[in-house]
Design a protein around this ligand. Structure first.
Ligand code: ACO
Length: 383
């Protein structure tokens, strides 16, 4: 078995709501294997990438198809470090947004602004798009860190070109580099969130790209798709939910009531994985390391009890957002920053897909089945 998913047999007029089970194109970027519940990026199991690679290496892999050589990595890191600083135009535009808007709105506006401000607008060949991808990859952490500090009434910390991607970002957020296990947990989350085939936001980016629109428009639209709680917004919703439950003793009664109220339990279920998300064990291991000092034993106990109850009562497994929410909380991020962290990572997958879509583009334009009122005459206005 190859792990390729056959499209359902097609009959004219048949409807596949939510495109469930429909294979719309090929990709060489990642493979989600439903049979083995596994995920590979360019052929490499994501768990092995988490063990052996930095996020910068994984970004390069997604864009180029191979892991970088030492020289390629050094060159890429240099370029990335030199592109972190935001221009005055962007910071001034972002400073005029309503103070209480969601950080995902800030990111969506920021990418849109970067597009408007790009002197190479209209140049959409692979080399230009790769340069634009690296630019967004380098600038997004600066934008997210500024936003994290602004929310706390703190002055921004400028990027430090002497530090790697993860250390620089965390220093810009918290004013210091956190302990090694936190840096590693953060890096693992970046690698796990980076790419996941034709998920809703990536598909959105490919739809926009298929009209031959520009890369910034595609990423702006993808950010909008990721914001929703059924997709990336779930990592924030998980933390609200764990806070609402409050104590491990409340898990069972809370869940019982949630089912009575027909609530969706955020961080559980997946369109593709029905027997467990392949990324969850790796991220949960990081959560266990962060709670090994016993200080957050209550949170971990609630986490474990809810996962066990969901499996027992509904046979539904957690998805990646379930462990990532509490990991980001324990690292000290504010909840509204969680989905922007997802954006910092998924920018790599989105842009790899945008470039792949352009390599053999075909306009994405499905059909719909009209079920509205039958054709009728426009009445003349009475009186
Ligand atoms: N809580 C309660 N019930 C659920 C959940 C859940 N989280 N997920 C699925 N179900 C139930 C549905 O109610 C449905 O039951 P029914 O057949 O009795 O009506 C059944 O399982 C099938 O669920 P669907 O929503 O139809 O499955 P679909 O593949 O369309 O949805 C989705 C997948 C959207 C992820 C869904 O599981 C969900 O809403 N989960 C919560 C949001 C979430 O965690 N999203 C993150 C996704 S992963 C990511 O973005 C990294």
């Amino acid at each position: 078995m190859t792990g390729l998913i056959p499209s359902p047999p097609h009959h004219p007029g048949q409807i596949f709501r939510g495109l469930a089970g429909v294979v719309v194109d090929t990709t060489t970027i990642s493979m989600v294997n439903q049979e083995t519940n596994s995920l590979t990026y360019r052929g490499y199991p994501v768990q092995e990438l988490c063990e052996s690679c930095s996020f910068e290496e994984v970004a390069w892999l997604l864009w180029h198809g191979e892991l970088p050589t030492a020289n390629q990595l050094a060159e890429f890191k240099l370029v990335e470090r030199n592109r972190r600083t935001l221009g005055r135009n962007v910071t001034s535009a972002l400073s005029r947004l309503p103070e209480d808007c969601h950080p995902m709105d800030v990111l969506r506006t920021a990418i849109s602004y970067l597009g408007a401000d790009d002197p190479t607008e209209g140049l959409d060949d692979r080399d230009h798009n790769l340069a634009k991808s690296i630019d967004m990859f380098a600038k997004l952490p600066t934008i997210v860190a500024f936003e994290q500090r602004r929310r706390r009434g703190l002055e921004p910390i400028l990027p430090d070109a002497n530090l790697g991607y993860a250390e620089n970002f965390l220093q810009m957020c918290f004013g210091e580099i956190p302990p090694a296990e936190q840096v590693r947990a953060f890096e693992v989350s970046m690698i796990l969130y980076a790419e996941h085939s034709f998920n809703a936001s990536t598909f959105t980016a490919r739809v926009v790209t298929s009209t031959l629109s520009d890369i910034y428009s595609a990423v702006t639209a993808a950010i909008g798709a990721l914001k929703g709680p059924l997709h990336g917004g779930a990592n924030e919703a998980v933390m609200h939910l764990l806070a609402e439950i409050g104590d491990v003793a409340n898990v069972e009664p809370w869940l019982k009531q949630a089912f009575v109220d027909k609530r969706k339990i955020m961080g559980f279920g997946h369109r593709v994985y029905k027997n467990g998300d392949s990324r969850v064990p790796t991220m949960t291991a990081e959560l266990r390391k962060l709670t090994s000092d016993g200080k957050s034993a209550d949170l971990l106990a609630t986490y474990d009890a809810l996962a066990a109850a969901m499996l027992r009562v509904k046979d539904i497994h957690p998805n990646l957002d379930y462990p990532t929410g509490p990991v980001y909380h324990l690292m000290g991020f504010d909840i509204p920053i969680f989905t922007p962290l997802f954006v910092m990572s998924r920018i790599t997958g989105w842009t790899a897909h945008i470039m792949e879509q352009l390599e053999s583009n075909s306009l994405i334009r499905p059909l719909s089945s009209y079920v509205g009122v039958e054709q009728r005459k426009v009445p003349t206005l009475a009186g």
